[in-house]
Design a protein around this ligand. Structure first.
Ligand SMILES: Nc1nc2c(ncn2[C@@H]2O[C@H](COP(=O)(O)OP(=O)(O)OP(=O)(O)O)[C@@H](O)[C@H]2O)c(=O)[nH]1
Ligand SMILES: [Mg+2]
Length: 390
């Protein structure tokens, strides 16, 4: 599957930069292309300059809202991010249109942090314009949810996330969710290392995008997972999961017997790997609430057989009984068993629902504050008896 990737705001730009790296890896290691154009869009000149792999010309690093923001960002006001995206959408569309071999792209992927200003405000607006201009291609959003400490310290965080997510859901073909907080679970040093988190965020996409582009016969699976399978799976709220387990090196080299015990062990290893991928979903969710699912197994050809793939399908069906499940195998020469999972069309995700309910109560508190009905400070009680001149 080939993507055109557009990163919006700082978070979006940096993750788009990671996709550019992923594509270079695919070209150098596998001789295939998975991303045919990468763009960063921002209101902040410094953020655009800080990127590494996206082409440094103004057609790939696109400054929007220069007149309104002076090139210094929108300071977390996502309404302003949305406004400048509307005003400068043409600039972005024109740049995308110059992509060589654009007709080969299977889909667009737009990326942003939900809690910021520029990306949060711009992602749904740009999705709308891109869909309008390139009507034959699906447009997906990859939306990054804030860390817990950001939610706790800044009211705007929740409000921005809720308004960004609602808007994305209304226009995008699917909203792939990634929760920053999930990536520091076992390693708190990651909190200060966003580039490491970004590398982990894009990991599940590597094999998923490569599998259908493979040209070499020995890497073509019995059941190839191609762009069509992925497009059919991605609908509405979506999460991804990934796990890699190393197969024992000696066993990998020498053990060629095909006895039944080995087969049982293989299946068990596969199920463990899938459980791990599901336990590491990019946002915590109940697989039972998804309506579409997909899994891809990448491993040495001799470690895989159709029975293993089928067993894994049965296992995923037991976790997500309401889901239509698609699958594929991807033979690789590495000593690893790699499982990628997509769960899509969620009917509920508590994390997202909480943003919406918290924002509704936040809005009513703000309204009351503005009307002077409720003043949440230590002066409350004394203040309301003082006449106001407003
Ligand atoms: N995973 C990840 N999250 C990031 C990164 N940079 C920022 N974020 C998250 O994104 C949110 C802030 O969004 P930014 O992208 O910095 O904001 P922006 O879109 O540039 O908007 P303004 O700076 O307000 O104009 C916060 O929740 C951050 O935790 C990054 O490189 N990786
Ligand atoms: Mg910024």
């Amino acid at each position: 599957m080939k993507l055109v990737v557009v990163g919006l705001g700082q978070c979006g730009g940096r993750i788009a930069d990671e996709f550019a790296r992923l594509n270079r890896k695919a070209v150098s290691q596998r001789g295939i292309e998975i991303v045919i154009g990468v763009f960063a869009v921002n209101t902040d000149i410094a953020d655009l300059s800080g990127l590494n792999r996206i082409k440094p010309d103004y057609e790939h690093r696109i400054l929007i809202g220069g007149r309104k923001t002076g090139g210094h960002g929108v300071g977390k006001i996502n309404e302003l991010g949305a406004e400048v995206a509307k005003e400068d959408a043409d600039k972005v569309i024109d740049a995308i249109s110059t992509t060589k071999r654009l007709p080969e792209a299977d889909a667009f992927l737009l990326i942003a942090g939900a809690a910021g200003g520029t990306g949060s405000g711009a992602i749904a607006i740009m999705t709308h314009y891109i869909k309008e201009r390139f009507i034959d291609k699906p447009v997906y959003n990859l939306t990054v949810l804030p860390f817990k400490h950001e939610e706790e310290t800044e009211e705007r965080t929740i409000y921005n996330a809720a308004t960004c997510l609602k808007s994305s859901y209304l226009v995008a073909d699917a909203v792939i969710l990634v929760d920053n907080q999930r990536y520091i679970r076992n390693d708190s040093s990651l909190l200060s290392n966003l580039s490491k988190i970004n590398a982990i965020i894009v990991e599940p996409f590597y094999n998923l995008l490569c599998a259908g582009e493979e040209k070499k016969q020995k890497y073509i699976g019995a059941k190839v997972l191609d762009a069509g399978d992925i497009i059919q799976t991605l609908v509405g709220w979506t999460v991804v999961g990934h796990s890699t387990s190393r197969l024992s090196f000696l066993r990998f080299l020498f053990e060629r017997t095909r006895d039944f015990r080995k087969k049982v062990a293989e299946t068990q290893k596969g199920i463990q790997a899938m459980d791990e991928a599901v336990s590491r979903l990019s946002v915590h969710g109940n697989p039972g609430d998804s309506r579409r699912a997909l899994y891809l197994v990448a491993a040495p050809a001799k470690e895989m057989n159709m029975e293993l793939i089928k067993e894994l399908g049965t296992h995923l069906k037991s976790l997500a009984p309401e889901s239509i499940i698609r699958s594929g195998d991807y033979p690789r020469d590495t000593g690893a068993l790699d499982v990628s999972v997509i769960l899509s069309e969620f009917s509920d995700l508590s994390k997202i629902r909480n943003y919406f309910t918290k924002t509704i109560s936040l809005i009513s508190t703000i309204q009351k504050r503005q009307e002077g009905i409720e003043i949440d400070t230590a002066f409350d009680g004394t203040l309301k008896d003082i006449p106001s001149l407003l």
